[in-house]
Structures are given as C-alpha cells and as structure tokens.
Design a protein around this ligand. Sequence first.
Ligand SMILES: [Zn+2]
Length: 478
Amino acid sequence: MRVLYSYFPWQRCGDSLTGWAAPCHPDDGRIAETGEHRDLAGGYHQSCDLRKWISLEVIGLLGLTRFGQMQSPRWDNGCIAEELRWGSDYYQKLVREDGGMLDSVFIPLGWGPRDFYLSDSPPPAMWSTIRHQALLAAYFQPRDAAYSETCKQVALRVWQYMTSTKPRYEKYQAPALPPLGHDHLNSWYAGFYPGSALDLAHRLCAAVALYRVTGEPGLLEDAVQSASALVDLQVGSAGENNDVGACFWEDPARKNLVESGGYFWHSTGPLGLCELLELKPEHPDSAKWRKAVERVAQQYLNTSRRNPWGLIATRWSIQDQPVPAPGAGQSVSDLYNGGKLDLPGAAGPDRFAVYQYRSYGYNVPISAAGVFMRYAAKLTGRNEYRCVAQRQMDWILGCNPYDASAVEGVGYNQPLRGFYGEFFPPTPQIPGAVSTGLTSGSILMQNSGFANEYDMPVVGWVLWLMTEQAGSSVPQGK
Ligand SMILES: [Zn+2]
C-alpha cells in the first residue's frame, strides 16, 4: 500500500517538492473565453502524459481517500493528510461560485499554461467531486475541522448546482478536442444524462457520501430515490435464469446495456447500492436493493468461475447474434454468450447479451468489482465473495497468463509503458504506478507500450481494494 500511495506524490503537478517534474505548470491556467489567467495550478499528472483530466483524476483520489480513512500505517506521520489536501485543493479551485465546475481538455500540450473553459465539466466530474469532497470532510473532521467544513461546503455547493440549477442537462459536448488521441472524447460521457443509469449511479454515491457528513434527511431521500430508480433499470426477471439478469439498462428505453467497460459503472452503481444498504438496512425499499446486489455478486462469482484465474468479466453489451462457436483453425473470440434478452414489446428480433473479460482498461472495473465483492460478502455473509475479490488483486499482481505484474515496483515482468504520440515528454518509471490493464498486446514490442499506460484511477482503486483486503487498521468509531 505504501508503494501504491507513492504514485500520488510522484505525479504532483505544480509547485511541489515531490513531483517528478516539479515545479511544473505553475501558470495553469488560461481561461479560454476571456484570455485571463486564473490560478488552477496543482493536482496531478494523471497518467503517462501531463494532463489532469477533471472527470478521471478524482476517481483515483476516491481510492486514496478511502485508504486514508481505513488505514493508519506507521509511516504516515501526516503525509497522507497532506496528499489528500493536495488533490482536494486543486479540485476546490475548479469549482465556480455558482457550484458548477470549470472544464479543460489540457491543450496546448507541453509545459505552458493550459486552456480552461468557463463551461461545465462532464457530469461525472461534478458528481464524483461531491462524493470526493464529502469523503474528505469526514476524513478531516477529527484532524482539521476548518478544512473539513470547507470540503463539506464545496460538496454542498456542487450538489446544489447539479440538483437545482442543472437538473435537466443535455449530453456533454467537449469545448475542444485534443490534437493527438481522444478523438472519441464525447463518447466517454455519452451515457450521462438525467435518468440514465450512469447518472443515477453517480448521484446515488454523491448523496450517500454527503448524507454521511451532513445528516440532511433530504439527501437520504434523494439517495433512496436514485437507488430505487436504478434497481428498476436492472435487467432482472427478463433474464432471471442467466447472468444478464444482473446487468443494468442504459436508461428506461431498455435498448442498450449500461457502458460497463470503463471508469464509471463498476466504481459507482453496484457499490452505491451496497453503501446505502449499510446505511439504512431497515429501509422499506432495502429488499429491492439487496436483491439487486445479490444478482450482481452472483454474476461476478459465476464469470470468475469460468476461467482458471478467477477473473471477473466486467464488460457487457448487446448483439443481434449470439457468439458463434469457433470453426477449425479459427481463433477463439474474446466475447462470450451471456444469454438472450427479452426486450419490451417482444415484437422485434431477438437480441443477445455478450460479455468480455479483458476490454481496454479493465483494471479499474476489476478492482472496483473486487471492492464491491467485499461489501457484498459483509452484506450477505458469503465469504466466497472475498476470495473472488482477492483473485482480482492476484491477477493485477501477476497471476495472469502474461506472468506480469501491472504494478511498477511490485512483482515481476512489468511490460514497457506507452512511448509514442501524445506521451512526450516521456513519464519516468514511477514506483506504485499501475497500468490500465494487461492484454496480449501489452507484451508485443511493436505496440510501443500501447495499453500499458499508468493511470491514476486504477492506482486509486487497486489501493482501495488492497485496503479492503488488508482490513481496517483504524479502531472502530474513529
Ligand atoms: Zn505539471
């Protein structure tokens, strides 16, 4: 955990004594619409480039915060609080007076000031900032009451904006596209709109975290409504006897499954339901939430049993045809049949659910699924779920067909990291860095390290999973 933690100070951006390039980007940033300078220095280089994506960096900081809340290592001596504050200060600068958040796609590339926009960040950036600042308010409560209060007020201001000023927003459109890579930036956020599963999942996690530090009944009621709307989107009885029943629709139109391969789903929806269940196990709606959680845990368990490494399949999607059995000489598809879907109306053609184990960047989903399995084990008493959580950890540390650890400085045979295109200047080797997900392409020299990028979200979630597996070292009630 100490090695993983060290990724954060190494990656600091701005005027620090620890960042690998420090001091750097002291002039962040330039407000694109007006040309004025505003102090937006700080935060982190998120991955193997110099950017500090607002919607993604925070996902890693959630893991770091949970680590700080649950572990009390001897080497801490105040450095964990200092690190949490470093990340938090940057996010607080991004929050506008009205509670919305500035946006950026971090152009121009290089060491000069980057452009920031007065227009809103993508919705997950704002929902996750509420969750993050609320967790920080709890962390700092016994350590620095004034800073705790600031975090709480920032979280409430963004919450107010998302639920009062911006309750019926349009799909996100990036203010500009970066010149190298990220052409599909807008599709990252296409699943976020009011009433969508991703939006409900993020709102649920934000409301639960904020309720814990404020005790406001309205926030609990909001969490309950999001949770109930979310479980209504679970495929459920339409696929009761196969694994697809645990999946969620993207929205009430029930045409597509929620995008589950990236940063946003496994780190929110299923976990949010667990957190609410822990908070209010006796709520009249809790039976529905529990059923939804049990379905997800069973699906994770089932797919983990269908390969020798215990890996959970985390990406589900829909096709018009089932995956055919491979003919002689054909390679085996990386898609597996997950069952037929009964669509509403039943007039259209049949559609089929398929699942995938190693979609691009799968280390965040499997670490988040591991954290979920720990919660699910507590809620259901089924200890086998804890073993499945550990298998995800084992996979990341080297128990995989590549015999390679995804964590720099821990284990063996780490593949080369990305070294091309937008990854200049090259990021040095950083102890504790975790790459996004090993695939067969990770170890081919001609790929120049494609798919082996370091990334802050995965570092944070592997650290969170380790924290859960290690057990809490903080006495109850602290
Ligand atoms: Zn920098």
